[in-house]
Design a binder for this molecule. Sequence first.
Ligand SMILES: [Zn+2]
Length: 342
Amino acid sequence: MAASLSTDIILPNAPPDLLLPKHAGFLSKYGTAKDDYDYCMTEFLRMSGMYWGLTALQLMDRLDSVPKEDVVAFVQDCFHEGTGGFSPAKDHDPHLLYSLSAIQILAMYDEFKAVDCSKVVEFVQSLQQPDGSFFGDKYGEVDIRFSFCAVATLALMKKLDAIDTRKAADFILSCQNFDGGFGSKPGSESHAGLIYCAVGTLSILKEIDRIDGDALGWWLCERQLKSGGFNGRPEKLPDVCYSWWVLASLTILGRGDWIDQKALIKFILSCQDVSTGGFADRPGDVADPFHTLFGLGALSILGYEDETTVKLKKINPVFCMSQEVIDSLGIEVQILPGGGAC
Ligand SMILES: [Zn+2]
């Protein structure tokens, strides 16, 4: 159901259909314009950028538009033999955020053999703390996002037994607030992106039934605005990336039908850039690979199809990767059975 909050946008006229070939062109060109200002300014998240773009291309069945050897060589260049972690780009520090992106990319290409995965396992293992939480890197910041990265990275490599999974789940549960949502650490404000990390981690650990799906489902439903889009917190503007964080979380909770799906599709399609391709956070803003992946990912969950029979591959709501890849690895996540009507 749509809540009526004062902060929202008015959608432009009828949105275009899904401009799939344009999006594929936008993404495959994005990484090649190496003198671009945007390219140079985003080096600190290059590995994740590559994961966003490649996953989006795979959902559109266009992964072959990027040379696989170049991608695998880039990932190998960012691997730190000493620590077992991956950096966002060569000569940067390794971090759990980029290690998950790197392992997701290698999983996509069935190329775990490209690096010494036993060292990656040791890197993740070394960052778990006595309370079950994870540091993101040697500098010692704790955040629920790092728990998700650690658990998802190990799950993709089938090495969850390297950490204390019960304590990892206990830490996640300690971040739950009275409103049903989750923050970055105990006592921090609820936020849809962090809720996705909490719900995703518990789903991988098969402990999702330890949370109250109704209370959290309500909080998530209330993120939908009259425009059809979702915000990440009360009183914030809608943003296409929250289509993913909120809808994927509701899907894992078995409550994806608690929202107005048609209105959400309309909002997401309105965020496409009809001239350059790609999706922006909101209609009329500049498109980027991050919002393109999460727009397409949400449309995939929603089973979007149009008259031209444009169809996206099925996405896994926990790993944000093509379901085919997750199936090929034999990984199962826990999805709650459907809740009552909203
Ligand atoms: Zn966003």
